[in-house]
Design a protein around this ligand. Structure first.
Ligand code: NAP
Length: 303
């Protein structure tokens, strides 16, 4: 099946292009980007022009940041094409509800992806937790924003979500593996004096679960989730790619490179089955954090 990729920036080049190149399901047939290109692939700078010119391309994958993504998403659905969204699926919940309704009305597939749910040990952790009681859980998601989001000022703009941009990956895993649903009870946000979105956040959720998100990490990232259960401790490390049971590695390997091939495999199945996958639960937790949070002004931040 032919697919177009929109927003040729960091994640498109790091993950989407290699995943599509190795996919038995997809042929990367066009790109849309003002500046980015993929060698050997026809490049457009306008999505409307690509949709009008390349009628045979049935699916479009959007890698734009969340705020400018809505107009492109609406254009794709209006043109009757299947649509795949990077995480977070939009800037607000309501706009993704609107996209979901539009996809249903057009009879096309919409996939709001959560790449971290495809990490290698997530399914095993979910299976292990079935029937078990979690006494407490601690999420530590700390990364160097200069390494993972170099120069991306949009991330600190209104709607950019700040540290929730990676933090929502942890919440997407949490809400996938827990046997019971959770909701937010308190939040603290540290917002740099010269920015609109938090550089760090601390969350409390029901079930004794806490989360510590921080963009000011120096050196290697920490993407860990640790739980104390009635059957002992369990941990997911490396963004859900390694499972430890009682301190011993039980599943997975230290690589994030399997997540996007799994996303594109799932998108192919959704298109072939004529179905959609739009789970907004991780985004509800983030929206509630912005609604409930106490805010502290942090030092100004420059890339
Ligand atoms: P990025 O490189 O800053 O942006 C991707 C591309 O979007 C840019 O190259 C740019 O392409 C276009 N773009 C940026 N701002 C725009 C604007 N205001 N209007 C129109 N187009 C704009 O960002 P990214 O890191 O790839 O992230 C994109 C999405 O992927 C985000 O939702 C992010 O959460 C998600 N993601 C990122 C990572 C990561 O590690 N960085 C990991 C997983 C998921 P042109 O200038 O060529 O048009």
């Amino acid at each position: 099946m032919q697919i177009a990729l929109v927003g040729i920036g960091k994640i498109a080049l790091d993950q989407h292009v290699p995943a599509l190149a190795a996919s038995p399901d997809w042929d990367l047939a066009a790109t849309v980007s003002r500046n980015g290109r993929v060698p050997g692939v026809e490049a457009f700078s306008s999505i409307d022009e690509m949709l009008a010119t390349r009628q045979e391309i049935g699916t479009v994958s959007l890698c734009l940041p969340p705020v400018p993504r809505l107009a492109a998403a609406q254009a794709v659905l209006r043109a009757g094409r299947h649509l795949m969204l990077e995480k977070p699926p939009g800037a607000t919940l309501a706009e993704v509800h609107a996209l979901r309704d539009m996809a249903a009305a057009q009879g096309v597939s919409l996939f709001a992806t959560w790449h971290s749910r495809m990490a290698q040990a997530v399914a095993a952790a979910k299976a292990w937790l079935v029937g078990r009681t979690i006494h407490e859980g601690r999420i530590t998601w700390r990364e160097d924003v200069r390494k993972w989001h170099p120069g991306q000022d949009w991330i600190f703009e209104a709607g950019g979500m700040g540290v929730f941009d990676p933090g929502i990956n942890a919440l997407s895993i949490l809400t996938e593996i827990l046997p019971e649903p959770v909701h937010l009870t308190a939040a603290e946000l540290d917002v740099p004096a010269n920015r609109q979105a938090p550089i760090a956040a601390r969350l409390s959720l029901t079930g004794g679960i806490t989360a510590d998100f921080d963009f000011r990490q120096q050196g290697p990232q920490t993407w860990d989730m640790e739980f104390l259960t009635d059957a002992g401790p369990i941990a997911l490390r490396m963004g859900g790619n390694i499972l430890e049971i009682d301190g011993v590695q039980a599943e997975g390997r230290n690589s994030i490179m399997g997540e996007y091939p799994a996303l594109y495999h799932r998108m192919a199945r959704l298109v072939r089955n004529g179905s959609s996958d739009v789970d907004l639960v991780p985004m509800v937790l983030v929206a509630d954090a912005f609604a409930l949070a106490r805010r502290t002004t942090a030092d100004p931040f420059e890339f």
